[in-house]
Design a protein around this ligand. Structure first.
Ligand code: F6P
Length: 326
């Protein structure tokens, strides 16, 4: 049951892969919480930093000049120790010791699971979706996705120029772990001839080869394939495609450049609203919630309920990509 005024001091951390807009989220949590009379402790390097007690009190000035910066001013990490219940109990005890009544966790799916486990050993949490992968089921938007796809798209457009000039096939591998959202969006927006995503890939390379041969016949000068990290193997795929089609084929793996850079307006805006909501929830004594963007609105769900939700690649959006590349 929510109990207004119960929470006086909150911790905040970023966990897992960094994402552009995390700083805007931190800034919003810190400033809204302080404006509402709460104290805020910034925890460095995610759950591992919590276990190492790397923390200090934040003020409104601690987050000055950060809204436009990529990365996370709190640093981030993946913690082995926190994977075990013993580690999580130690983390909860550290929170008690420092008088931290609840923690705001900004991160992806794995960070949410960690937060849920932490809540089960007695430290209340609120989560914000921070990942470039867009793969958190309970939310239609994750902080960092917009910047990442625009960064990737800019790079893809450049590869396309040289690909057309040389009449080559280009396989461009984008991030996304086991999810194909970055590949789908960048594929549609770059006019790619093929989009390979783990959710739909049937490992039939012959289909791609046939597509390249047909495209050549109808006068296409290049062939752009956006390949998701979850499929990977772009370099060996390029060698096989070149051998089978006779079309020069190059692989470009975009890698970590997709995770860096100044956040777009959209990422800053969503992060700011979601961050403020997290602080509001805690002010009202509501814990073990996740802040989401769902069906056009900012909402919050119980963390347990949120983790049980499932998300799928929208079928129609994937199918139209094929029609648009004829
Ligand atoms: O979750 C964000 C992400 O960039 C994924 O797209 C990628 O698979 C992963 O993180 C890479 O993680 P790391 O920084 O540990 O190499």
């Amino acid at each position: 049951m929510a109990e207004q005024g119960k929470i006086k001091k909150i911790g905040i951390l970023t966990s897992g892969g960094d994402a552009p807009g995390m700083n805007a989220a931190i800034r919003a949590v810190v400033r809204k919480a302080i404006a509402d009379g709460l104290k805020v402790v910034g925890i460095q390097k995610g759950y591992q930093g919590l276990l190492n007690e790397e923390m200090s009190e934040m003020t409104a000035r601690s987050v000055s000049d950060s809204i436009q910066q990529g990365g996370t001013i709190l640093r981030t990490a993946r913690s082995e120790e926190f994977r075990y219940e013993e580690g999580r109990k130690k983390a909860a005890a550290i929170c008690k010791k420092h008088g931290i009544d609840a923690i705001v966790v900004i991160g992806g799916d794995g960070s949410y699971r960690g937060a849920y486990e932490l809540s089960k050993v007695g430290e209340p949490v609120v989560c914000l979706p921070g990942t470039i992968d867009l793969d958190i089921a309970c939310t239609d938007y994750t902080i960092g996705f917009d910047t990442a796809i625009n960064t990737a798209l800019e790079a893809i457009d450049k590869v396309r120029d040289t690909s057309s000039s040389h009449e080559r096939c280009s396989i461009i591998e984008v991030m996304g772990r086991n999810a194909g959202y970055i590949a789908l969006w960048c594929g549609v927006a770059s006019g790619a001839e093929d989009i390979l995503i783990p959710e739909k890939y049937n490992y039939d390379e012959q289909e791609i080869i046939n597509h390249i041969i047909e495209s050549r016949k109808i006068g296409k000068t290049h062939h752009l394939i956006i390949n998701a990290e979850g499929i990977g193997h772009s370099t060996s795929m390029a060698r096989r495609i070149e051998a089978a089609t006779g079309m020069e084929t190059r692989a470009t793996i975009l890698g970590y450049m997709q995770r860096g850079g100044s956040p777009t307006c959209k990422d800053r805006y969503y992060a700011s609203v979601m961050g403020a909501m997290a602080a509001d929830l805690l002010k009202q004594g509501k814990t073990n919630r996740v802040v989401c963007y769902k069906n056009g609105d900012f909402v919050d769900y119980d963390i347990n309920e949120a983790l049980a939700m499932k998300k799928q690649i929208p079928e129609y959006q994937y199918e139209i990509a094929k029609a648009l590349s004829i």
